[in-house]
Design a protein around this ligand. Structure first.
Ligand code: GLC
Length: 586
């Protein structure tokens, strides 16, 4: 390619949306920083750390829900969409946060939880008042199954289970009907078929955008469309209920609702407002369909397939051994499927998933640092928008969970209760949850080596995870070899090399080894990424060796150097390849 062609290739991409090369940083407000010592993080706490975010170089903050909420599901049960829960602060604090982030060139993405509300939202309170209340049809109500007595086990309109180990229907005694809740009984599902519901959602979105926020992460947004006829599903052996997912994960009117949302909320607004759809269970074709153009309504999906590789099918809380070849295969599938149409998120953990280093790396003292870096490098040099989670930048490890009493999350608590009812051995269930529970990622961020880890309260809502003093922001800021400095360099690398945002991804065949290796290619350049995702040295597969002999000095790397013919434990790097090198198997 001539120099002119390279320049025009680069310029043609200048107007690409920021998120193609950007990094989003998720803040889980409960655990980020506590300004008033009440044990719960808050908005002023976040404000006190905006300089850290700027130093790290992130492009946007995704803030998990801070709206008023009874907190049955830590804020994912919203009782008022236009205010801030006093536990987290005030609307003024929120305005101050928007301004402080914007001053630092950082966007703020709000969490939008509109598949369901809290049962304490005034809409639901009204809906419960009587069958002819004007809000009744804002939720999904059904009579008891014919021939049964409402409220008795088995009288539910369908045999669906909620995602939190309960029936998906709760009986409302005074109006003698069931309401649907795909999550907890305190999270009734909204009826999106009702245009008044959609109007209300679009209005509240506009309200936040007018306030200055830069987009939304839309909680389980692919579940909003339910079929009109709700029917029984299949109950697999050993399960108490049927999984409702086949009926609701891509409901009949989903594309229509999202396109309408775009039309009603975004057409007259700047195109850099981002819409991220949290979309469990979506296929690649469906993902493409929803993110193909801006008019489809989503700019990217946030899907879960790579999070299910080490889980028993149908039970996200039951662990199975992680297979790196299977993980690689799944990542490759999504890279290829969305290469030219649609867009994906890249993530290795969040508030619903265990910590990346505990799950995909090796948190033991010998390997903790190199493995945290290697996993990040392997995952975040793929194509997509990085969505990292607070504390990940210092390689935080999972919560210290020993007994059933250590779990706070409603999903874990319900799971434990259901397991006990089914007569399962509690120690076995706790052992599984120790690896898989959402509680794992929800411990306070470790800012300093002070007794409260700099979180701001000595008795936080969840205890600080046991950790060595090296896993703090304070210690890592002064260590150029730290995980923290590595993340900063990785974020910067993504921003400066367009091949990471735009290049085609070609996974290299490394057989059954735990090595992940791939090429990122544009007409102008080829980057090679290699990561040994294991705590053992690995011989270098021959083809990879050939590629690497021609590679430039690494742009970024982790782990030790083990010579030309093997990879050290968690050794990982990215480098450029000259044009005419053998490129490996497809
Ligand atoms: C999403 C959230 C999760 C929440 C659920 C129900 O998956 O990330 O935390 O429990 O939706 O709102």
């Amino acid at each position: 390619m001539s120099d002119e062609a390279v320049v025009s290739d680069v310029l043609s991409r200048v107007d690409q949306p920021w998120w193609r090369s950007g990094t989003i940083y998720q803040i889980y407000p409960h655990s980020f920083a506590d300004s008033n010592g009440d044990g719960l993080g808050d908005l002023p706490g976040i404000l006190s750390h905006v300089d850290h975010l700027q130093w790290l170089g992130i492009d946007a903050v995704w803030l998990s829900p801070v709206y008023p909420s009874p907190q049955h599901d830590n804020g994912y049960d919203v009782s008022n969409y236009r205010d801030i829960d006093p536990r987290f602060g005030t609307l003024d604090d929120c305005d101050r946060l928007i301004a402080a982030l914007h001053e630092r060139g950082i966007r703020l993405i709000m969490d939008l939880v509109v598949n369901h509300t809290s049962s304490e939202h005034e809409w639901f309170i009204e809906a419960c008042a009587s069958r002819d209340n004007r809000y009744r049809d804002w939720y999904i109500w059904r009579d008891a199954r014919p021939g049964t007595v409402g409220g008795e086990p088995g009288a539910e309109p369908t045999n669906w289970g909620s995602y939190f180990s309960q029936p998906a229907w709760s009986w409302h005694e005074s109006t003698q009907q069931y309401y649907l809740h795909l999550y907890a009984s305190q999270q009734p599902d909204l009826n999106w078929q009702n245009p008044a519901v959609r109007d209300a959602v679009y209005e509240l979105m506009a309200w936040w955008l007018d306030r200055g926020v830069d987009g939304f992460r839309m909680d389980v947004v692919n579940l909003i469309s339910k079929p009109s006829d709700l029917v029984d599903g299949v109950v697999v052996a050993g399960a108490a209920f049927a999984d409702p997912s086949p009926f609701v994960r891509f409901g009949p009117r989903l594309p229509e609702y999202l396109a309408e949302m775009h039309e009603r909320v975004f057409t007259d607004r700047p195109a850099d407002l981002v819409r991220i759809g949290e979309t469990p269970g979506l296929t690649v074709e469906q993902a493409r369909r929803l993110t193909r153009t801006r008019e489809c309504g989503l700019d990217m999906v946030f899907q879960f397939e790579h999070m299910e590789i080490d889980r028993k099918p149908g039970d996200r809380l039951s662990p199975v051994a992680l297979s790196i070849p299977a993980l690689r295969g799944n990542l490759a599938l999504w890279q290829t499927a969305l290469a030219t149409e649609g867009w994906n998120s890249l993530y290795g953990n969040n508030h619903d998933q265990p910590r990346l280093v505990s799950r995909f790396g090796d948190p033991s003292p010998d390997h903790w640092s190199a493995s945290a870096k290697a996993v990040a490098l392997a995952l975040y040099l793929l194509q997509g928008t990085v969505s990292m989670f607070q504390g990940e930048e210092i390689g935080m490890i999972g919560a210290t969970l020993r007994t059933a009493a250590d779990f706070r999350d409603i999903r874990s608590v319900n799971y434990l209760r259901a397991a006990a009812a089914a007569g399962l051995d509690e120690t076995v269930v706790v052992e599984a949850l120790r690896l898989t529970a959402r509680d794992n990622a929800r411990t306070p961020v470790q800012w300093t080596t002070a007794p409260d880890a700099g979180f701001g309260s000595t008795d936080p809502w969840m205890p600080v995870a046991e950790h060595p003093p090296t896993i703090t922001v304070e210690a890592q800021r002064v260590d150029p070899d730290s995980v923290l400095h590595f993340y900063r360099a990785l974020i910067e690398l993504r921003r400066t090399h367009l091949v990471i945002a735009d290049g085609a991804t070609r996974m290299l065949d490394t057989g059954q080894t735990p090595i992940m290796a791939y090429l990122r290619e544009t007409v102008a350049e080829t980057m090679i990424v290699v990561a040994n995702l294991s705590s053992a040295s690995q011989p270098l597969p021959e083809l990879l060796g050939q590629n690497l002999r021609a590679a430039s000095t690494p742009l970024i790397q982790s782990g030790a150097y083990a010579g030309a013919n093997s990879l050290a434990p968690w050794q990982a790097f990215a480098a450029f390849l000259p044009g005419a090198t053998p490129k490996g198997a497809p």
